[in-house]
Design a protein around this ligand. Structure first.
Ligand code: HGY
Ligand code: MN
Ligand code: MN
Ligand code: MN
Length: 405
């Protein structure tokens, strides 16, 4: 089994890697994305799977006739800027390797199986995470998706077209979604829980509610040298207070809040900025706490903006309510992982996933594979080959059970 996984990984791993940083730059509809999609189609076809691209650009590789009550497993191939190798790809490679394993075991599926690659899971280029599954399930309107733009003002519609896909039919796909009986996503752990339990594999219990809010601070551009302090409307100052307020609010509420992306206009050393655009990523154990964190940050941003005669506006770009995965599936996976007598670690996660979006529509569960660095969304993200192989075995065991139901 491991040679299936190892060869798949060896073929995929170099695609879209930034040689300078060692991180990945696989952004939807870009060149590296075309390369990894081509890799997936070739790898799936080589396994006798029939690959279709759905109206939203998601890839589905079918073992058996696409049909109702399918067992579906997969993840994403896009990355955050300079992200790690495993976030997303580990789930896709493990799913294909699990098909190898099932075939090696002589499993003859009693229901269809599909391996999926969902588009724009990170939202790194167009801003809304899990866009492929939000479109599939109707959680976002086609109109909003078509108009999403990247940093250069290219729309989702144009980018999809340039990549050779017709954006004319994007949107909810109830027929396709209706085929999905269960969805299982294997993912590298984005944290350290499995290090502490000394486990190669764990199972997810829930996803924290989380969201992304864009905040614009609009002031008055001016000369850095000739403008008196009293005459300034400098948006950088309320922005700076807001960054510190996000951290303070997270600490006060046992939540997490991050401001990791900022656009300064005109971004000149000797020019007072006219506008600072930034994004708040906030996550908390429950929705009331999440709203408390966001409201606190918003209040500080408004107060600080008015003190500096700066205009502030906030826009909710994405929001994911708390997700509790299917308990029967969760317990089934825990039993498979814990078959050796050691109870399986059952973990909540602060990271969002396509499984989190699909959970609103179909029974869904996730497996996690240990990440010895504990780091994710950075080049240091890592999973050891033997742990990856254990993940594939666990996934194959779960799929085998589900295919025989
Ligand atoms: O941001 C997230 O939680 C996920 O990695 N898209
Ligand atoms: Mn991610
Ligand atoms: Mn991911
Ligand atoms: Mn000058």
């Amino acid at each position: 089994m491991s040679d299936g996984f190892d060869q798949l990984w060896a073929d995929l791993e170099p695609l879209g890697r930034n040689r300078t940083t060692g991180g990945y730059r696989r952004f939807s509809w870009g060149e590296a994305d075309a390369d990894v999609r081509a890799w997936f189609v070739a790898a799936a076809t080589a396994r006798g799977l029939t690959v279709e691209t759905d109206r939203n650009g998601n890839l589905w590789a079918w073992w058996g006739e696409p049909g109702p009550d399918a067992v579906v497993t997969g993840s994403h191939l896009d990355s955050v800027p300079d992200g790690g190798a495993f976030d997303g790809p580990l789930g896709v490679v493990s799913a294909l390797a699990a098909v190898d394993e099932l075939k090696r075991r002589g499993v003859r599926p009693s229901r269809p199986l599909a391996v999926t690659v969902f588009v724009e899971e990170e939202g790194a280029r167009f801003g809304v995470p899990c866009l492929g599954t939000r479109l599939l399930t109707g959680a976002i309107t086609p109109e909003r998706a078509l108009g999403l733009t990247d940093a250069d003002g290219v729309t989702w519609e144009r980018a999809m077209e340039r990549a050779g896909h017709d954006p004319g039919r994007i949107g909810a796909d109830p027929d396709l979604l209706g085929r999905v009986g269960v969805f299982i996503e294997l993912h590298v752990e984005q944290g350290t829980a499995l290090i502490h339990t000394d486990s190669a594999v764990g199972v997810a219990s829930s996803v924290w509610p989380h969201g992304r809010w864009r905040m614009d601070f609009s002031g008055q551009g001016d000369h850095a040298g000739s403008t008196r302090l009293a005459d300034r409307k400098d948006p950088m100052l309320p922005f700076a207070e807001t960054v510190l307020a996000a951290r303070a609010a997270a600490e006060a509420h046992d939540a997490v809040a991050t401001i990791g992306k900022v656009h300064v206009a005109p971004n000149g050393t000797n020019a007072i900025p006219s506008r600072v655009r930034t994004w708040l990523d906030a996550r908390a154990p429950d929705e009331a706490t999440l709203h408390a964190v966001v409201d606190h940050v918003d209040a500080v941003a408004k107060r600080a903006a008015s003190e500096h005669s700066v205009f502030h506006a906030r826009y909710e770009e994405s929001y994911t309510p708390v997700v509790d995965f299917d308990t029967a599936l969760r317990d089934h996976i825990a039993a498979v992982i814990g078959a050796d007598g050691t109870p399986a670690p059952v973990l909540p996660t602060g990271a969002g996933h396509d499984a989190g979006v699909l959970a609103a529509s179909v029974p869904t569960a996730m497996l996690f594979v240990r990440n010895p660095s504990g780091i994710s969304h950075a080049p240091q993200e890592f999973a050891r080959p033997d742990d990856c192989h254990q993940g594939v075995t666990a996934l194959a065991d779960v799929l085998a059970d589900l295919l025989h139901e």
